[in-house]
Ligand binder design. Structure first.
Ligand code: 6GU
Length: 229
């Protein structure tokens, strides 16, 4: 998979992709993540990419022209299955959407900006708008990092058995059961006995009970859609 991200603050995105699972996925050649600075597509010598909004509101807006040039430049070198714009009013990111995106070949992500972008970009160039939740971030970069992380870890081969996505919360619309490690007793706090029983049937049953109980209590709406995925 190839993921190309266009942003006015690509520096913000360098950290999240340079470590751990996302780094290993790139090192293994399973995904290539490329950051593109919108300023490189500016047409003026100040390299500016924003201007005043039309109308009575004095705010600045990212202009259509540099964004168009950036998207067209990337499109001339690659076919994209989705061109995603990160925005608080987009479709909510869910495990289901992450699963769907993880099966795509190439994805472009245009990071939203607190100033807003010329709406013609959204009308003519974007195929999908995604939000990571009902709260406001200063920019789309952190949202892009969250979206990319949730997608890349689902690409076959990215996770090994130990980190398998199969036992993740949400993967089957259930929250994950609790996990414990040594020591078996710390400070008088005990690990549930069943986990040390060696009886795998019993352990599996306990984990399923826990997953159901936690889901019912903490995310009841997930149980309404158990068959949806
Ligand atoms: Cl995608 N962008 C911004 N700026 N804020 C958000 C968001 C995106 N998703 C939730 N809040």
């Amino acid at each position: 998979m190839q993921i190309d991200i266009i942003s006015v603050l690509p520096e913000l995105l360098q950290g999240p992709f340079a470590h751990s699972i996302l780094k290993r996925a790139q090192d293994k050649g399973l995904v290539s993540i490329n950051l593109h600075h919108l300023r490189n597509y500016s047409t003026n010598r100040h390299r500016s990419v924003d201007d005043y909004a039309f109308g009575p509101d004095a705010g600045m807006v990212l202009q259509v022209e540099p964004i168009y040039r950036a998207i067209e430049d990337l499109k001339s070198r690659c076919h994209y299955d989705e061109i995603i714009y990160t925005s608080p009013d987009g479709e909510l990111l869910t495990q289901k959407l992450a699963n769907e995106l993880s099966s795509k070949q190439n994805i472009m992500v245009l990071c939203g900006h607190y100033k807003g972008i010329d709406h013609r970009v959204r009308e003519h160039l974007i195929t999908r708008e995604v939000s990571i939740g009902d709260y406001v971030l200063s920019g789309g970069e952190l949202a892009a990092a969250v979206i990319v992380d949730s997608v890349v870890r689902l690409i076959p081969g990215v996770l090994n058995d130990e980190t398998s996505a199969l036992s993740d919360s949400f993967q089957d619309n259930l929250l994950a059961p609790p996990v414990y490690s040594r020591p078996a007793v710390f400070n008088g706090w005990e690990v549930p006995k069943v986990l040390m029983s060696g009886n795998f049937k019993e352990i599996e049953r306990w984990q399923m009970e826990q997953a159901l109980e936690r889901t019912k209590r903490l995310r009841p709406h997930l149980l309404d859609s158990v068959d949806e995925q």
